[in-house]
Design a protein around this ligand. Structure first.
Ligand code: NAD
Length: 463
């Protein structure tokens, strides 16, 4: 059951009587309406009244309104203003540029800007590799989107995608000290996107593609990887695949199975599912069976596009056909990156003993995790309100930190596997259990471990 959370958090400014019981009445009213009080601040106090900011978490915008109505209905209480704390946090955006150098006097000016800077420009013109040493390039990543697949919300366009890209940039900085900047493009034409990213690439040490819909994301990424001499990484694909692989590695340790003995069902063959299959196959699972909205992916299906045809050729060794329910029967692992409510407990019950279920569709998983837990040995979701959250934040900051530090010109699957192993290994074997297969996103050991693994893999490949 969903619980009130900080995503729907409001601060209600109310005038209330200065009585001893007023505070209790206010917090009780919020509680009765199903809200959770997180702060209570008296902002004004007078002989005849007090003004209070009462902050609380709710379930939805509609629920916040009913909490406010409950407060307003109290005798002697008047709601003055309601602030949505999430919107307050976004006022004016979430990023700014700050200079690393002080411009205190004419001398500083002459070195930071003209005439001094000219010599640095000439040095880079003579040796373009010096851009990584003498400019922001070595620590800067473009977070590029066309706004075509914003979170689970769909095609909202580039402006509406900006809050997500700003948030992503904030996470890059917070977790790995990477300076990332949103680049929201007003086009959804692959050729225009490719050309634009190519044109802006000189200032960046890496390109993080974000929220670009499948299947066009595959071509855009592949072409940019060919064209650019900096790593190109589509987080919705590879960030997800890295964290899923890490979680799977530890889940298999928990149940004592080898991947080579496991049949893995991947439901969803879009951005995330395709990348998961790509990282998984070299580990040689007994079989991988992919399922999408059209059922089990097999070579005989008439509706296969290029991506699905490639998947069909590499998976489903036994030539299975049918539905998702058919696919999971007897399977050891289910990984869902598709849509809500596709499986029932009875379906999980048909899986092999000690089944592993990753139901990652957001915000509503393929199966209610509480139901899945009754039949599976390990359950993970994409949600923060259940154990084992598969969160890309575990991967992308450290991945780019490692790539930038190594001066990598490309990113390879070997680097991604190294990142996955590093994430998995942050959880000590003694700490592993069915409810703890991935470290917390706030575990300070994660990003440095991932960065170190990627840096080593990159340097090894560049040697
Ligand atoms: N860390 C995470 O938890 C995480 C990471 C990435 C994606 N996701 C979630 O995974 C889902 C897919 O993301 P994506 O970017 O790959 O999307 P996508 O649109 O690229 O792909 C969706 C895939 O799901 C399939 N699908 C849709 N309805 C289906 C159904 N009824 N039965 C079987 N398959 C069905 C589609 O055919 C398609 O292959 C989303 O809900 C997303 O939020 C979670």
């Amino acid at each position: 059951m969903p619980v009130p959370g900080p995503g729907y958090s409001i601060t209600v400014r109310v005038e209330a009587p200065p009585s001893a019981g007023a505070a209790g009445d206010l917090t009780t009213a919020v509680g009765r309406a199903g809200g959770v009080v997180t702060a209570f601040d008296v902002v004004e106090s007078h002989a005849d009244r007090m003004v209070v900011d009462i902050s609380c978490n709710a379930l939805s915008e509609e629920h916040s309104r009913s909490v406010t109505v409950a407060l307003d209905a109290l005798a002697g209480v008047r709601v003055r203003k309601v602030s949505d704390r999430t919107f307050l946090l976004h006022l004016g955006g979430k990023l700014e540029v700050s200079a690393k150098v002080a411009v205190r006097n004419r001398e500083d000016l002459s070195r930071i800007y003209t005439p001094g800077v000219a010599r640095v420009c000439l040095a880079i013109a003579a040796n373009p590799e010096d851009a990584r040493r003498l400019t922001i390039k070595r620590n800067t990543v473009a977070v590029v989107t066309d706004g075509s697949a914003v979170l689970g919300l769909g095609n909202l366009g580039p402006a509406a995608a900006l809050p997500v890209m700003e948030g992503k940039a904030a996470l890059f900085k917070r977790f790995a000290g990477v300076d990332a900047w949103p680049v929201c493009l007003d086009t959804q034409d692959p050729e225009e996107i490719i050309r634009t990213v190519q044109l802006i690439a000189p200032a960046y040490g890496g390109i993080n593609l974000e929220d670009i819909a499948a299947p066009r994301c595959f071509e855009i990424e592949a072409r940019l990887r060919e064209l650019l001499d900096v790593p190109v990484f589509h987080d919705d694909q590879h960030g997800t695949a890295v964290v899923v692989l890490a979680a799977l590695r530890n889940a298999l340790r928990v149940v004592g199975k080898e991947i080579t003995a496991c049949r893995v069902v991947i439901c969803g063959v879009g951005a995330a599912g395709s990348a998961i299959i790509r990282l998984l196959l070299p580990l040689r699972p007994a079989d991988v069976v992919a399922v999408d909205v059209g059922g089990i992916v097999h070579a005989g299906r008439p509706d296969l596009d290029a991506n699905l045809a490639r998947v069909a050729a590499l998976t489903n060794a036994d030539g299975r056909t049918g539905s998702l329910v058919d696919a999971v029967r007897g399977a050891d692992v289910f990984i869902g990156v598709s849509a809500p409510d596709l499986l029932a407990g009875a379906d999980v019950a048909t899986m092999a003993p000690d089944a592993i279920v990753f139901a990652l569709a957001n915000p509503d998983p393929e199966i209610d995790p509480l139901v899945a837990q009754r039949y599976a040995a390990v359950v993970a979701t994409g949600r923060s309100d259940y154990p084992n959250q598969i969160n890309n934040v575990l991967a992308f900051p450290g991945v780019f930190r490692g790539l930038l530090d190594a001066g990598a010109k490309e990113i390879t699957d070997q680097m991604l596997v190294a990142a996955a192993t590093a994430i998995a290994d942050v959880v000590a074997v003694d700490n592993l259990n069915p409810s703890f297969i991935v470290p917390s996103v706030f575990d300070a050991a994660v990003a440095p471990a991932v960065a170190d693994a990627v840096r080593r893999a990159a340097r090894h490949e560049m040697a």
